[in-house]
Design a binder for this molecule. Sequence first.
Ligand SMILES: Nc1ncnc2c1ncn2[C@@H]1O[C@H](COP(=O)(O)OP(=O)(O)OP(=O)(O)O)[C@@H](O)[C@H]1O
Ligand SMILES: [Mg+2]
Length: 407
Amino acid sequence: MGYIGIQLTAMKNQESKIVIEHLIKIYGEKPQVALKLFREGGTRDSILKETGNVLGIADVSFTINQGELFVVMGLSGSGKSTLVRCLNRLINPTSGHIFIDGEDVAHVDEKRMREIRLTKVSMVFQKFGLLPHKTVGENVEYGLKVKGIDKGKRRQKALEALKGVGLAQWVDYLPSSLSGGMQQRVGLARALATDADILLMDEAFSALDPLIRGEMQDELLRLQKELHKTIVFISHDIQEALKIGDRIAIMKDGAIVQIGTPEEIITQPADDYIRGFTKDVNRAQVLTIGSIVRQTKHVILGEYSPSLALEKMSEQVLEYMCVVDTDGKPVGMVNKQSLESAIEQEKENISQVMQTDFPIVRSDTNLEDTFPLYQQGIPMAVVDGEGKFQGLIEMGNILASISNSQN
Ligand SMILES: Nc1ncnc2c1ncn2[C@@H]1O[C@H](COP(=O)(O)OP(=O)(O)OP(=O)(O)O)[C@@H](O)[C@H]1O
Ligand SMILES: [Mg+2]
């Protein structure tokens, strides 16, 4: 097979929501014949040639975690829609398992599947999928009506969902009086109104012009912060994927080539196919300082004399060394010169010679946003969310990782 091993990501402290195991989808008249050929090592091309069947999904296994915004990317025809439509069984898989909250939806009957679609898994379509002769409100209520929820409650839910996407005042208008971006918001509101905790979004923003599309991405991220849904978002746009995805799966010929965080995809692309996607990406906007900082030596205030500090200093190449307090928070910066002069002047405590004016940056800061913090001639101290020291970084390292295109 021409694809690289699938990365099964059983992350700690994270509850898996959707577990996909050996999923295979074959389109055509003789799926079992084609399946046998595939299991014997047949490729997409050879199977197509021999049977006329299309290998849509080629044995895919991975896990999506509760609350994750998971993006599926890939070129046209790579199997993205097939994959996501298997999740709510708009397409029946040929083989394999799809566990949602532990229940194998690949093998439940149609009645149970309808229930799951109404209560657990909602879909937002590219072309909005709104009913043109029904009002915005009626469109949003639609799923609830099918579910048998009474009129008053339906309306209330619909209004809540419309309010969430900023369209409550449009409840009695027809979709045709709304712009494309607004219609897509209605589509989103309809999916949210059902209270389903999984949202499937197939190229949901692709039909929108770039500005509106950016706004919708922000809107989705904002909603997601409040709602913590599990979202499977299909996109063929790497910028969009990197912007909104907690993790991204990149597909090719029905298989998954790589799954990773935006940073992993950029800094450790699995092969040239992935590299092809990421080569024009603005790395400064995607990479965080935490992903490039290396651990550097530091000394603890009160525990190191200037001469001991100087000794430790000689173990590293950086010109500066960070001084941290007993909580591990950076409080100063020393260099060879300042330590030598402290020894010369017989100063016992490095606090007397350390520089206290230096930039501190949190590890989750984008590289681009570190530029304004830069101070000539002194590295930045990188800290974690609690303010604890992680390492020093120089502007030269930052610039190198932005321009690094061999990766
Ligand atoms: N109903 C079908 N019958 C036969 N082949 C199909 C069918 N639907 C999809 N395919 C084939 O399966 C493969 C994957 O299609 P799919 O629609 O999942 O791709 P995609 O990644 O969503 O592409 P796009 O970015 O164009 O939407 C393609 O080769 C396609 O031709
Ligand atoms: Mg598609």
